[in-house]
Design a binder for this molecule. Structure first.
Ligand code: GDP
Length: 446
């Protein structure tokens, strides 16, 4: 998502490079480009108008700074305005003083509500709470079953009406669920409600009835970011019909233009709290407006990357590897190499991770073509080596190489390439670990 917008904005900024100061004509041209880029990305017209007016005014105004050149200044302004339309500060979940905290989900059918309920439950579990999912979507024949399956995958309790009793009263189910949660000491209750294909009065009424019955601490409106301008209309209809506290965007991994994501907070006045970007239960996180803006401007999203690394990285193992690279605790071996690679793998899709690095926008095509299975191939080769070979790769001679190739089902040239690459990587890492990296001009102590 946002690929075209990213590219268009980056072209716009390129045109400003090398300019000593911005003329009125430069500002007008830039504003026009930004306007087109946003409209093309399907951002709602009122949001575009306000955005462009604000950028123009600020670019023209007093914010001339000695530290930034004009192009950088415009990027800074656009970044701040993007953060603004995305809702400003990260909006965090409010927990009830008296448990259970009740979270109610509302949205159209197909928005990804049921999937999201399980993702949210898993995420909350990771935050140290004990969530319970409630199947109050009794409209869609399969919804209860689907929630049960997803709940099981997330390892959380699901409260559902008895099978065969699926045409019951969702309000009563929701009410009973809260009682059950209190009794069983679940401190968060997530109520999944029924969606329809379109907006209708009965659906709104049912959601409003459930809301009145369970008195949620947070009502979250779930919307598919791929449905474009319709997302804003639906959001408005739910705001009028049910009301909600925050928005959850799903399917941000899609290749739609992303305008919905950019318009919804401004148009509804409600912040985006969570974003969902894939079909796996872990493809889900808090929505951070500043990080999203950085990503759109290809300034990278290092914070998310670092957080992911912290969550999955085994600090002991990493420290051991670092010590080895500095020549302590034995030599860095192919086993360490493999372990490091598996650690990186645990952090998630390599392509997604690399995409979060600053400046990767220009490599988008290569990234999309990167074959994640490459790591599996390397792993197969290393695993076909004997422990002695892994510990002391220098002993891997010609005949050993052909045996390893046979064992892993790869060509001898693949084995050669891997061994060569390992030695090169080890040399480079050792140099870096000893502080022997090329000195960076202007950085004291380097
Ligand atoms: P509900 O009708 O609102 O409960 O929607 P579901 O949870 O059944 O989701 C509808 C479809 O969207 C399912 O096929 C999900 O796997 C898919 N889906 C949900 N969230 C995401 C997401 O973030 N990314 C992608 N690509 N698909 C998703």
């Amino acid at each position: 998502m946002f690929a075209t917008l990213s590219d268009r904005l980056s072209d716009t900024f390129k045109n400003l490079r090398g300019k000593g100061r911005l003329s009125e004509a430069d500002i007008d041209a830039t504003a026009r480009e930004i306007r087109l880029a946003l409209l093309e990305a399907d951002v709602a017209l009122p949001v575009v108008k306000q955005f462009v007016a604000s950028v123009k005014e600020r670019a023209r105004g007093s914010e001339v700074s000695g530290a930034l050149n004009p192009a950088q200044q415009v990027i800074k302004i656009v970044n701040e305005e993007l953060v603004g339309i995305l809702g400003g500060e990260t909006r965090r979940l409010r927990f009830a003083k008296q448990p259970p905290t009740v979270i109610m989900l509302a949205g159209l059918q197909g928005a990804g509500k049921t999937t999201l309920a399980a993702k949210l439950a898993l995420w909350l579990k990771g935050q140290g709470t004990s969530p319970m999912l409630v199947a109050a979507d009794l409209q869609r024949p399969n919804a209860v079953k689907q929630l049960q399956v997803n709940g099981e995958r997330a390892g959380v309790t699901v409260f559902a009406p008895e099978p065969g009793n699926g045409v019951g009263d969702p309000v009563a189910v929701a009410r009973r669920a809260i009682e059950e949660a209190k009794r069983t000491l679940h401190d968060v209750v997530i109520v999944d409600t029924a969606g329809r294909l379109g907006i209708d009065a009965e659906l709104m009424q049912q959601a409003a009835d459930i809301r009145d019955a369970v008195q949620p601490d947070e009502v979250l409106f779930v919307v598919d970011a791929m449905i474009g301008q319709d997302a804003v209309n639906t959001a408005q209809a739910f705001l009028d019909g049910v009301g909600y506290d925050a928005v959850v965007l799903t399917k941000l991994d899609g290749d739609a233009r992303g305008g919905a994501a950019l318009s919804i907070a401004s148009m509804t006045g409600k912040p985006v709290m969570f974003a969902s970007n894939g079909e796996k239960l872990t493809d889900f996180d808090l929505f951070h407006p500043d990080r999203m803006a950085s990503r759109i401007l290809d300034m990278g999203d290092l914070l998310t990357l670092i957080e992911q690394a912290e969550k999955t990285f085994d600090a002991d193992q990493a420290a051991k590897a670092a010590a080895k690279l500095q020549g302590q605790g034995g030599e860095f071996t192919l086993d360490d190499f493999l372990e490091q690679m598996q650690q990186v793998r645990k952090m998630g899709s390599l392509t997604k991770m690399l995409g979060m690095l600053p400046g990767m926008g220009q490599f988008r095509e290569q990234l999309e073509n990167f074959d994640e299975r490459e790591i599996d191939r390397i792993q197969a080769i290393i695993q076909s080596m004997t422990p002695a070979e892994r510990a002391n790769p220098k002993m891997i001679d010609g005949s050993r190489r052909s045996r390893i190739a046979k064992g892993s089902g790869r060509a001898v040239s693949d084995v050669n390439q891997l061994v060569d690459r390992f030695f090169e990587a080890r040399k480079m890492m050792q140099q870096m670990a000893r502080g022997g990296a090329p000195a960076m001009p202007g950085m004291p102590g380097v």
